[in-house]
Design a protein around this ligand. Structure first.
Ligand code: PRP
Length: 206
C-alpha cells in the first residue's frame, strides 16, 4: 500500500487520470472527503504547499508537486520524475518599459517565493528588500509597494493585464513525482513499479 499526497485542484485531477489510465479503474474522491482508499493506494488531498511536508514526514510515501514549490521549500525528498505537466516559469516582472538595474540601491521585491528570490539575488551579490505576499503579487509594483515581483508566469495574462512584463526568467517549473527517502527504500518495489508505469504514460504523451 502506497500513500500518495496530491495537491487539491487540477494537478490532483490530472494525476488521478494518469492512475485511472494505468489501472483501468476510476479514482475519485467523494464530495469533501480528503482520503481516497483503494486496494493498492491511499490518496490524500492536501494543499499544494503541504505536499512535500506530508512526504518529508512520511505521512505520504509519494506525492505530486511543482518544482517551484520544491525549490522554495527545500525539503529533503527524492525527485523521482518530471511529469512534464503544469509547466510555468518563475520570473521577475516589472512595469512595462522599466529595466532591471541590479546596481540600484534598495531594490524592493514583492513575492510569495521568498527563498527562490533570496537565492537569486544573493548569487548576484545584490542586496534586496523582500516583501512577502500571499497572492495577487502583480498588484505590488502598481501601487508602489515594490519595484518588481518574483512570481509564477503561466500564460502571461496576469502580468500583461496589469501592465507588467517579464524582465528575467529565474527557472522553469513543472510537476514532479516525489518520494520520501525511507519509503523509497522500505517500499522500493512498489515505488519503482508506479514510477515505471507513470513514466510510460508520460513518455507516450510526448
Ligand atoms: C498565479 C501566479 C500569477 C498567475 C500567473 O497566481 O501567482 O498571479 O497565476 O498565471 P498567468 O501567467 O497564466 O496569468 P494564482 O492563480 O496561484 O493566484 P495568487 O498568486 O493570487 O494566489
Amino acid at each position: 500500500m502506497l500513500t500518495v499526497a496530491l495537491p487539491k485542484g487540477r494537478i490532483a485531477e490530472e494525476t488521478l487520470e494518469i492512475f485511472a489510465s494505468i489501472f483501468g479503474e476510476e479514482f475519485k474522491f467523494d464530495d469533501r472527503k480528503l482520503i481516497l482508499e483503494t486496494k493498492d493506494f491511499k490518496f490524500l488531498l492536501v494543499r499544494n504547499q503541504d505536499v512535500a511536508t506530508y512526504v518529508y514526514h512520511q505521512a505520504a510515501d509519494i506525492g505530486v508537486v511543482g518544482l517551484d514549490t520544491l525549490e522554495e521549500q527545500g525539503l529533503d525528498v527524492i525527485r523521482l520524475l518530471d511529469l512534464k505537466r503544469g509547466i510555468c516559469k518563475v520570473a521577475i516582472g516589472m512595469r512595462k518599459g522599466e529595466k532591471l538595474d541590479l546596481n540600484k540601491p534598495e531594490l524592493k521585491v514583492a513575492t510569495k517565493m521568498v527563498n527562490i528570490t533570496k537565492k537569486y539575488f544573493a548569487e548576484r551579490a545584490v542586496a534586496v528588500d523582500i516583501i512577502k505576499l500571499y497572492g495577487s503579487i502583480e498588484l505590488a509594483p502598481l501601487v508602489g509597494l515594490a519595484d518588481m515581483i518574483v512570481d509564477i508566469v503561466e500564460t502571461g495574462a496576469t502580468m500583461k493585464q496589469n501592465g507588467l512584463e517579464v524582465v528575467e526568467e529565474i527557472m522553469t517549473s513543472s510537476t514532479y513525482l516525489i518520494a520520501n527517502k525511507n519509503s523509497y527504500f522500505e517500499k522500493k518495489s512498489e515505488v519503482l513499479d508506479i514510477f515505471e508505469k507513470i513514466s510510460e504514460v508520460i513518455d507516450k504523451a510526448q
